[in-house]
Design a protein around this ligand. Structure first.
Ligand SMILES: [Ca+2]
Ligand SMILES: [Ca+2]
Ligand SMILES: [Ca+2]
Ligand SMILES: [Ca+2]
Length: 589
């Protein structure tokens, strides 16, 4: 029977994707591994971190998928595979956060029931600002079940598509730079419709708030400021009025649907949540995302299952976040049709975690001064505390990784260079108090403060929240803390919320709403796992001081795109949920 639809379809395929058809074949040539002590290393490749398994090199390849394509099969083909002589002793991983001193094992003593990394096809499909992307891990070195090692110098990723699902996707030319930045392979761009013009009624900056602030004078002033000083067109939505119209199993899902609709119609780039999410009945709904890791607390290792307050949910707008409908949002199978959830955010998100007009006004005034940052003196305060005495672990050693160029864990980060004045308070060198830290901040007015030390909801930077009334620094700073729980905004109020909405202190912050994953490593510089929060922090510093200079919120978002390389490990999921940004997401020089 003559099928008109089918003919049309075949034509579209030929017209739009002549060079792809149903098969896409990507070839990777890899330089030989080098034995370095008890490690097998390859230039520019990361190391696997499966607990109890040898650490082997891997690369996450990021490929633009043809427009509207649906993958039906993914194969990895090894070519020219040859035996590899392993080191006499091999380093065994203790996970992405160190569990104990990494052990060394002779290859013959490895206990592998099945080949390790030989046949793995580990991939995720993601959608980013309208483009479909494939993230796939390539493992050039594997071990068979007889503990023999092999290296494949050429690896092919072969993709099969279901051509019956083909449809044309549109992306904005404006977004292509971000999408391209993320990818290794952009050949399929020719299959997309790249739209130069954004709709006339579009705007830049969505503010979501409540009855409490919709008509606030401060917020109105801020909207004018954004337009006049930054040429950012803003829209304010009051959820008390708008949310009831939206569908969703709870208010957080209703809010995400509302935001998604705004994004699809008006293409904003920034989202600011104005309002706090305290307690059981928050002004602004909050999504808690689930993750589970093994962590070290009070001398013991145990499994932590956490429901982590995360504004990430409102920025990543593709697909489902709880496919199985249980009470755990953000599990690996919680995206559409049981795939993983969206990790590539369409919107750059910030929050003003405020309860009152006074708090809002204070934070807005600090924000305005932050728009003059290119004229600030380049000063940074580094704060490091004793982490674990029994492990001889010091925060300062890790903060030093934010200085200069550091090559560690398969990536090179460029931290503060010599044009910065660096002030340090390291407990390894001297005991220090909150008063000492605040003293330096008030005297020197640093632009940046970086911190690693023990924290909780009421204590961070050794500042205790019940007697904290603000700081007297003339110029506010940007603050990054890896400490535990200090930015749990579901509390009324966490210590870092207080720092943000009282006078002085920071104008914006990245900090954790849950436990930070610390460097529970016995010998710094000698073992392999510095803590996942440290990895995220290094990625952030590399961006915020280089490619996204002083674009704090987008560098924060970018650091989460970087750490996606480790998404096979629960720890990466945890820190992506847990690190939240308080402040205006559009602050830039
Ligand atoms: Ca997305
Ligand atoms: Ca779930
Ligand atoms: Ca709060
Ligand atoms: Ca509050």
């Amino acid at each position: 029977m003559y099928n008109k639809n089918w003919i049309f379809f075949a034509f579209m395929l030929v017209a739009v994707m002549p060079c792809y058809g149903e098969l896409l074949d990507k070839e990777y040539n890899l330089s030989s591994p080098v034995i370095h002590g008890s490690n097998i290393e390859m230039d520019g490749l990361l190391k696997t971190a499966d607990p109890g398994k040898p650490t082997l090199p891997f690369k996450q390849v990021r490929i633009l998928l043809p427009s509207g394509s649906e993958l039906s099969q993914v194969n990895i083909v090894r070519e020219n595979t040859k035996p590899l002589v392993p080191p006499r002793l091999l380093e065994i991983s203790s996970g992405l956060i160190g569990v104990k001193a990494d052990t060394l094992v002779a290859p013959a003593d490895l206990d592998l029931a099945v080949p390790y990394l030989k046949d793995n096809v580990d991939y995720k499909i993601q959608t980013y600002k309208g483009a479909s992307l494939l993230l796939i891990n390539v493992y050039p070195v594997y071990i068979d079940q007889h503990n023999k090692f092999y290296f494949s110098p050429r690896i092919k990723v072969v993709l099969n598509f279901d051509d019956a699902k083909f449809k044309r996707q549109t992306i904005y030319a404006r977004d292509w730079a971000d999408i391209k930045d993320f990818l290794d392979d952009t050949d399929a761009i020719t299959t997309y419709q790249v739209e130069k013009n954004i709709a006339q009624d579009s705007y830049d900056y969505l503010i979501v708030t409540t009855n409490a602030f919709e008509n606030s004078k401060s917020l109105k002033k801020f909207v004018t400021f954004l337009l006049e000083e930054r040429k950012l067109k803003t829209k304010v939505i009051n959820i008390n009025k708008e949310l009831p119209r939206w569908e969703g199993v709870d208010n957080a899902q209703k809010l995400r649907n509302l935001i998604k609709n705004e994004y699809q119609k008006y293409s904003p780039r920034f989202l600011l949540l104005v309002g706090d999410s305290d307690g059981a009945n928050p002004q602004l709904p909050v999504r808690k995302l689930f993750a589970s890791v093994r962590g070290y607390i009070s001398g013991n290792w145990k499994i932590y299952n956490e429901y982590i307050p995360s504004d990430f949910y409102y920025g990543c707008l593709d697909g489902d976040f709880n496919y199985d409908g249980d009470n755990k949002w953000g599990e690996p199978g919680d995206g559409d049709q049981g795939k993983d959830v969206d990790f590539l955010c369409e919107l750059t998100v910030g929050r003003f975690p405020v309860d009152s007009e006074t708090q809002l006004d204070t934070l807005i005034e600090k924000t305005k001064t932050a728009y003059n940052i290119e004229n600030r003196e380049k000063k940074v305060l580094m704060l490091g505390e004793l982490l674990f005495k029994e492990m001889d672990l010091w925060g300062g050693d890790y903060m030093d990784q934010m200085l200069g160029t550091v090559d560690d864990h398969g990536f090179i980060s460029r931290g503060y260079d010599t044009s910065w004045d660096v002030f340090k308070l390291y407990e390894k060198e001297q005991t220090w108090s909150a008063r000492d830290a605040i003293g330096i901040i008030e005297r020197e007015n640093p632009l940046m403060v970086n911190h690693l030390g023990h924290s909780n909801e009421t204590m961070n930077m050794k500042v205790v929240s019940f007697n904290y009334r603000g700081m007297n620094n003339k110029l506010p700073y940007f603050y990054y803390s890896q400490g535990c729980l200090a930015a749990n905004f579901t509390k009324n109020d966490s210590v870092i919320e207080k720092m943000v909405f009282t006078k002085g202190g920071p104008f914006a912050v990245v900090a954790n709403s849950t436990y930070g994953l610390g460097p529970e490593d016995p010998e710094f510089g000698n073992v392999k796992y510095p803590g996942t929060s440290q990895i995220l922090h290094r990625y952030f510093m590399d961006r915020v001081l280089n490619t996204q200079y002083l674009n704090f919120a987008s560098a924060h978002q970018g650091s989460k795109e970087d750490i996606l390389r480790y998404i096979a490990y629960q720890e990466a999921r945890w820190v992506i949920w847990g690190a939240n940004y308080f402040g205006d997401p559009a602050i830039a020089p």
